[in-house]
Design a protein around this ligand. Structure first.
Ligand code: NAD
Ligand code: MG
Length: 377
């Protein structure tokens, strides 16, 4: 039986992870939240983990009172998150927290020899080089949960030792597909939060609307599959049925298809190399009937070029891009800036903060902090 720690168990990916647990042979050893303690209590009573963590200190105090009749250890803060990742006795850690807050716990888990089911893409965007080399050094697997990267992982199984020529990274295009940048200027929080195909947390939903999500995913793919950004082509595919594809030297393209439902990639990351029956309904190609593909509009979605630029420079650019984006998305969600200001603020941070090529984990944290400060003003 696999022992699983779920960081961010109360979010969109976290709750879907809990939902597929009965399909797999697993025992949960740790659960965490920021401050959704009612749901965390419910999950803890159902799953009996060894430890839980509420990042927020006052939420953790309340949670401790709620769970006083159990022997579950209640932790808080970054130390608590790290303990849940590295000291809970997990074999595999699902990183389903949102944002670069996932970086230190992921690194701690890798150093403790835990496999990672990685949903938290911001970790790879900020510090992909450091994370991948630590994973190699400690002999752990980074199993992608992000649907596109799970698709690429599955396609790569067909390589049989041959190199990948190119990745075709599919994008839904988000709620503002087909719009020009001028039309997007006045878009509201509600309009940006209305994603056509996926129901996800607020931050990633806004990232899908700006298409920064696809930029972050390009960087994520670059690190996971060790390919230069030029060999990753973004293709808009409105139906979200082809989750991504890989092209080989002879031009053959292998793709993975399925209904847009995160429970399949989550489950596969936890059961790999086995495949077991999954709750997700089966796809009927005849019902899907039509698949469409378009080149992205780089003028309307400048975030894509910002991410490509950061990808080609590497160094601290991923951390600056991500930190600025997290801060700008936060401002937009709080009604402080307009929709198109998000990419403008990220561009300003990338222009203003001096570039550093060779980086340590401390440089990543410093770049993240500097980027947030510039955006928040
Ligand atoms: P979400 O907002 O629904 O959930 C985030 C989780 O992290 C919650 O449990 C929350 O309590 C916790 N959290 C939030 N802020 C925190 C903090 N400062 N410290 C500690 N914990 C904190 O987000 P989500 O949509 O589930 O996304 C999680 C991650 O998975 C993101 O990195 C996202 O890009 C990635 N991802 C999500 C989807 C999806 O379908 N939702 C798909 C692919 C990748
Ligand atoms: Mg994705």
């Amino acid at each position: 039986m696999k022992k699983i720690a779920i960081l961010g168990s109360t979010g969109s990916i976290g709750t879907q992870t809990v939902d597929i647990l009965p399909s797999i042979d697993a025992e949960v050893v740790a659960l965490t939240t920021n401050r959704r303690i009612n749901l965390l209590e419910e999950q803890a009573r159902a799953l009996h983990p060894k430890m839980v963590c509420a990042m927020d200190e006052s939420a953790a105090k309340e949670l401790k009172i709620k769970l006083a009749d159990t022997d579950i250890e209640v932790l808080t803060g970054m130390d608590g998150l790290i303990a849940c990742a590295a000291e809970s006795g997990a074999d595999i850690v699902v990183t389903a927290v949102v944002g670069m807050v996932g970086l230190l716990p992921t690194m701690a888990a890798i150093k403790a020899g835990k496999d990672i089911a990685l949903a938290n893409k911001e970790t790879l965007v900020c510090a992909g080089g450091l994370v991948m080399s630590a994973a190699k050094q400690y002999g752990v697997r980074i199993l992608p949960v992000d649907s596109e990267h799970s698709a690429i992982f599955q396609c790569v199984q067909a390589a049989n030792g041959n190199p990948i020529d190119k990745i075709l990274l599919t994008a839904s295009g988000g709620p503002f597909f087909g719009k020009k940048i001028e039309e997007m200027r006045g878009m509201t929080r509600e309009q940006a939060l209305a994603h056509p195909n996926w129901s996800m947390g607020a931050k990633i939903t806004i990232d899908s609307a700006t298409m920064m999500n696809k930029g972050l995913e390009l960087i994520e793919a670059m690190w996971l599959y060790d390919l230069p950004p030029e060999d990753i082509e973004i293709v808009v595919h409105r139906e979200s049925i082809v989750h991504s594809a890989v092209e080989f030297a002879d031009g053959a393209v292998i793709a993975q298809l399925g209904l847009p439902d995160m429970r399949l990639p989550i489950q596969l990351a936890l059961t790999w190399p086995q495949r077991v029956p999954c709750k997700v309904p089966r796809m009927s190609l005849a019902e899907v009937a039509k698949l469409t593909f378009y080149a992205p509009d780089y003028e309307a979605f400048p975030a894509l070029n910002l991410a490509k630029h950061a990808a080609s420079l590497k160094g601290d650019r991923g951390a600056v891009l991500n930190g600025a984006n997290e801060a700008a998305v936060g401002l937009f969600l709080n009604g402080k800036i307009g929709f198109t200001d998000i990419a403008e603020r990220v561009a300003y941070a990338l222009d203003t903060i001096p570039y550093k090529k060779d980086i340590t984990l401390d440089d990543v944290l410093a770049a993240d902090k500097a980027a947030r400060e510039i955006v928040l003003g």
